[in-house]
Design a binder for this molecule. Structure first.
Ligand code: PLP
Length: 367
């Protein structure tokens, strides 16, 4: 990325040679990312984040379908990322009606549930590829067979899966797909939206002709270069790294279950993302304050999250954990562990030891 901040500083939309040098880097980055997704370059639009790509997909497709076909219903599910859920709420304010499908105990959405939720007025279906809090993977290929048969476009948020498991737009059968760079060790502040050729979608940012006029504004060349470089590295290592993380996660699950008997594992055992393990302390068995749990973990040097939004000291239970049936106190007493390239088994053993000590200190056995 560095040369594109300084020496190769041209504007990719300028026709002079400095601009063309930047244009070539931007086009090359787009080609690489498209290639990894099994898409054509022209189907990839760079955005400022995964959140923006989700906003673009939902608002752009829903508004276009309402304008062209009078359709005003959106079908999604209860465990989507806030980037999708809050966009749906905003579209409700524009007069769209939204169905938030419930999920099963593992957090999964079935093709049957999607089929049951589609109405004659459905403008768009949006179902995430895998859940960011509990790692459950959805059967997007099966879901897309339904949406195609019904003639409804399908968006999938693949922010958590790109670089972790195969993400191919043809195999998945999606019409719109969101990815983000910082989940694959790329720079923060850039994402991309795949838009299938021929898909009716309204422009998201109006102005110049950048990004085919769909997302105007001078292109962020260094970040696009960083995104595609990160993608190239993770794709090279993906299978081996995925196997490594899966065995680490399984080992970690065993260690935790031995050391902290009675913990609940959230999400599906399979299929699930290799790098996420989410646990809860059952509120009927142990009294534990979620906030002090995370605070103590942080003091021990462990960067974990509960998947909940913490605002002004008031921790809300995770909407995902509530949707899979956890009560509010149990949902608050939860930890989402995410592992990555640098995580080792020793790290996980140390983590388990620290967690055991913290729970011993701040937990109250109720049974
Ligand atoms: N969707 C999912 C499933 C995510 O996990 C995230 C980030 O955590 C996003 C969307 C938002 O992506 P970004 O942080 O690039 O806005």
């Amino acid at each position: 990325m560095a040369p594109y901040f300084t020496a190769k500083f041209g504007n990719a939309s300028s026709i002079h040679s400095y601009g063309q040098e930047a244009r070539a880097a931007l086009d090359g980055s787009r080609d690489r990312i498209a290639g990894f997704l099994g898409a054509a370059s022209a189907e990839i639009i760079f955005t400022g984040s995964g959140t923006e790509a989700d906003n673009f997909a939902l608002k752009g497709a829903a508004r276009a379908r309402r304008r062209l076909a009078g359709k005003d219903h959106i079908l999604t599910d209860a465990v989507e990322h806030h980037a999708v859920l809050e966009t749906c709420r905003s579209l409700e304010g524009e007069g769209f009606s939204v169905t938030y499908l419930p999920v099963d105990q593992s957090g999964k959405i079935t093709a049957k549930a999607v089929q049951g939720g589609i109405r004659p007025t459905t403008a768009l279906v949006s179902i995430m590829h895998a859940n960011n809090e509990i790692g459950t993977i959805n059967p997007i290929g099966e879901i897309s067979r339904i949406t195609r048969a019904e003639g409804v476009p399908l968006h999938s948020d693949a922010v958590q899966t790109f670089g972790k498991i195969p993400v191919n737009v043809e195999e998945l059968g999606v019409d719109l797909l969101t990815i983000s760079a910082h989940k694959i060790y790329g720079p923060k502040g850039i994402g991309a939206l795949y838009i299938r050729r021929g898909m009716e979608i309204e422009s998201f940012i109006h102005g110049g002709a950048q990004e085919r006029g769909r997302r105007a504004g001078t292109e962020n060349v260094p970040l696009a270069v960083g995104f595609s470089k990160a993608a190239s590295i993770v794709m090279e290592e993906r299978e081996a790294e995925s196997d490594r993380l899966t065995s680490l996660r399984e080992e970690f699950r065993k260690i935790l279950s031995q050391r902290l008997p009675g913990i609940l594992i959230n999400g599906a055992a399979q299929p699930s993302l290799p790098h996420i393990l989410n646990i809860s302390f059952d509120s009927t068995k142990i009294g534990i304050d979620g906030e002090s749990l995370l605070f103590n973990m942080d003091l021990s040097g462990l960067a974990v999250t509960s998947g909940s939004a913490c605002t002004s000291g008031n921790m809300e239970p995770s909407h995902v954990l509530l949707a899979i049936g956890r009560d509010a106190a149990t949902a608050k007493a939860s930890i989402r562990f995410s592992m990555g390239r640098s995580t080792t088994i020793e790290d996980l053993q140390t983590t388990a030891t620290s967690l055991e000590a913290i729970v011993g200190r701040i937990g109250t056995r109720l049974q």
